[in-house]
Write a protein that binds this ligand. Structure first.
Ligand code: FIX
Ligand code: ZN
Length: 416
């Protein structure tokens, strides 16, 4: 074991920090939209404060029932959250800190704690220029959206053939099809797809046609669905049949990855609406089965339960058609990002996409990437320091090469 001079260790850490700070990121899963999508694009301080993560945290303190909270205006909700989480107690949670990081990186005086001055700043922004500023501050050069044909607000945008900012790429989200088949059938028929509740041969062909049409309409980068901890496959259910007869054949035919986001328990507390979802440990066997039995399909997988992370890494060691990504939702906290990223680098080397933002509010790109860059850079530097102790000397170019692969390169190679 070589004794590594302190100066060399510092040089490694500086090189990694610079490379990660300068990396241009592809954010492979978000819920943000370009201005052309109208009110689907959320931005500004009141949207930052009413992020569903902060609503859940606020409802732990306030003595008003959720039903009453939902009757408040967005501004009144934001005022209550600001008072409850930021003024009446220190904002130490990751979601609270994120709001403050965003304000700070935008050049606002966080120490002033002056919500009205922050509101005035955002009121002065033109959204077109502001999108550029957010992408620049976040160091993001493209984002993959979450695009749901069954969303009544979003669907018309696609049928209007609106052209929009090329930094925003689409992912065809299939929850409405796969997790709510009975509800999907009338909509599909309204759109001219002659489907029946009974998934017979004609329905299979029509759902395949629906998927092909929307992949083309969106120029979708991948197909995606969120799945419960109880997800099993194969399964004699509408979801099981639709995945095996429609999604997988079309994914293979188009070579579009099938992104499975596994482990969400929807509406554990329905009164909290979007903030009411929870987490459960899922079956890694279903991932192994799919990767093993559909080797000409590509699977992007992220799992929501911390308890699934190690076995997901091991599964990825067995199947090259499995690409692991992100520290999703309840995992997107410094302590867990650090743990999961170390585990992934140690088991999978650089063959992962360590993070996505899941940003729902445009400005969140700034904090979600500021926070994650710092953690991922620290873990990566530790790994190069471990290498240095063997006598291996990694160059600056190699560090930049490796970092580029983690923050988008691996993803685009997998997608292609
Ligand atoms: O299914 C998903 O894409 C989840 O990320 C969202 O439903 C969730 O509300 C979220 O934004 C988590 O970060
Ligand atoms: Zn998401």
């Amino acid at each position: 074991m070589a004794e590594v001079p302190h100066a060399r260790l510092e040089a490694i850490r500086d090189s990694v920090s610079r490379a990660v700070a300068n990396a241009k990121i592809t954010d492979i899963h978000t819920h943000i939209y370009p201005p052309e999508f109208g009110e689907l694009l959320l931005w500004g301080i009141d949207e930052l404060l009413t992020y569903h993560y902060l609503i859940a945290e606020t409802m732990r303190y306030v003595d008003i029932p959720p039903e009453r909270f939902w009757t408040l205006t967005k501004r009144a909700q934001a005022d209550l959250i600001w008072k409850t989480l930021f003024l009446e107690r220190s904002p130490i949670s990751e979601s609270c800190r994120g709001v403050l990081t965003t304000l700070d990186r935008l050049g606002l005086d966080v120490s002033a704690r002056d919500l009205d001055s922050y509101r005035r700043f955002f009121a002065e922004q033109s959204i077109e220029d502001y999108v550029d500023r957010v992408f620049e501050l976040a160091g993001v050069d493209s984002v993959i959206m979450t695009n749901d044909p069954f969303d009544d607000l979003e669907c018309p945008v696609w049928f209007a053939n609106t052209s929009f900012d090329s930094r925003f790429r689409a992912a065809l989200r299939m929850d409405g099809l796969l997790n709510s088949w009975q509800t999907a059938v009338p909509k599909l028929r309204e759109w001219g797809y002659m489907v029946n509740n009974d998934i017979n041969a004609e329905t299979v062909e029509e759902v395949r046609r629906f998927l092909r049409d929307w992949i083309e309409r969106m120029n979708a980068v991948y197909l995606a669905v969120s799945l419960p901890p109880s997800f099993v496959f194969p399964e004699n259910s509408p979801r099981g049949k639709l995945i095996s007869e429609c999604v997988l054949p079309v994914a293979v035919e188009t070579q579009k990855p099938f992104a499975m986001m596994i482990g969400v328990k929807k509406l554990t507390n329905p009164s909290l609406r979007l903030a009411g979802d929870s987490v459960g440990k899922a079956s890694i066997e279903v991932v192994e089965y799919l990767c093993s039995n559909y080797q000409d399909a590509k699977f992007l997988v992220t799992m929501l339960s911390r308890e699934n992370q190690h076995e997901l890494c091991v599964a990825a060691r067995k199947f090259r058609n499995l690409h692991v990504f992100g520290c999703w939702w309840f995992l997107n906290n410094p302590s867990i990002i650090d743990e999961i990223t170390r585990m992934r680098f140690e088991l999978l080397g650089l063959s992962v996409t360590p993070q996505h933002s899941d940003a729902r509010v445009l400005d969140q790109l700034i904090y979600k990437w500021a926070h994650s860059r710092e953690i991922i850079a620290n873990v990566l530097a530790d790994k190069y320091v471990d290498l240095a102790a063997t006598g291996w000397r990694v160059t600056e170019d190699e560090i930049r090469r490796d970092v580029a692969s983690l923050f988008g390169g691996n993803f685009w190679n997998f997608v292609r």
